[in-house]
Design a protein around this ligand. Structure first.
Ligand code: ITT
Length: 189
């Protein structure tokens, strides 16, 4: 079976992608290829950071790989936090990041938002990108403890519950990352 490194330090992403792949190929983690460093994310865009992470791993470890960069875009905040999603409040603390976002949206009725994922595949030196989005809205308080990151405050379109409350099966049926992974799998097939 084809092996590809998934250039991420986020264990939740690995679980989700492994689930969405359904055995289409075998994932090697960064730990398994001996990469222990933080990956660079300095380009200022989601697609640029996705490419930068994948390139870093292929350049330093000479292995085909893919990386995901993702973020939450809130319409009333002109697309924030966007590329800054992981560090929105100044730290990686998801509870603080969600609280910071909820404070910014205090009193704002337009809660429309989307998650975006851009996956970059680097294979035999060639680059390809795959994108997925899921539309939804930001809840007024935290609901549910499933998933990761901003899942407890993101309600996908067509539902009344957050990704934190919905099952992994439901999230993976519609999520930004699952859509990008499906496009990646179709490309590799
Ligand atoms: P890697 O760069 O190592 O892959 P990361 O967690 O730093 O891991 P990103 O730079 O792509 O990942 O940051 C994206 C952030 O967006 C992530 O930390 C979460 O806070 C949030 N996020 C992305 N996808 C999400 C999802 O499916 N559910 C909830 N939050 C998500």
């Amino acid at each position: 079976m084809k092996q590809l490194c998934f250039a991420t330090n986020n264990a939740h992403k690995i679980n989700e992608v492994a689930f969405a792949l359904g055995g289409a190929f075998e994932i090697l983690t960064l730990a398994e290829i001996g990469c222990t460093e933080e990956l660079p994310e300095t380009t200022g865009t989601i697609s640029g950071n996705s490419r930068q992470k994948a390139r870093y791993v292929t350049d330093h470890f000479q292995i085909d790989c893919f990386a995901d960069d993702s973020g939450l875009e809130v319409d009333a905040l002109n697309g924030e936090p966007g590329v800054d999603t992981a560090f929105y409040s100044g730290s990686r603390d998801h509870a603080k990041n969600m609280a910071f976002l909820l404070t910014k949206l205090d009193g704002i009725t337009n809660r429309r938002a989307r998650f975006r994922s851009v996956i970059t595949l680097v294979q035999n030196g060639e680059e390809d990108q795959f994108e997925g989005t899921v539309e939804g809205r930001i809840a007024t308080n935290l609901q549910g403890e499933g998933g990761f990151g901003y899942d407890p405050i993101f309600i996908p379109e067509g539902y009344d519950q957050t990704f934190g409350e919905l099952s992994m099966e439901i999230k993976n049926g519609m999520s930004h990352r699952a859509k990008a992974v499906r496009a990646l799998v179709a490309f590799l097939a």
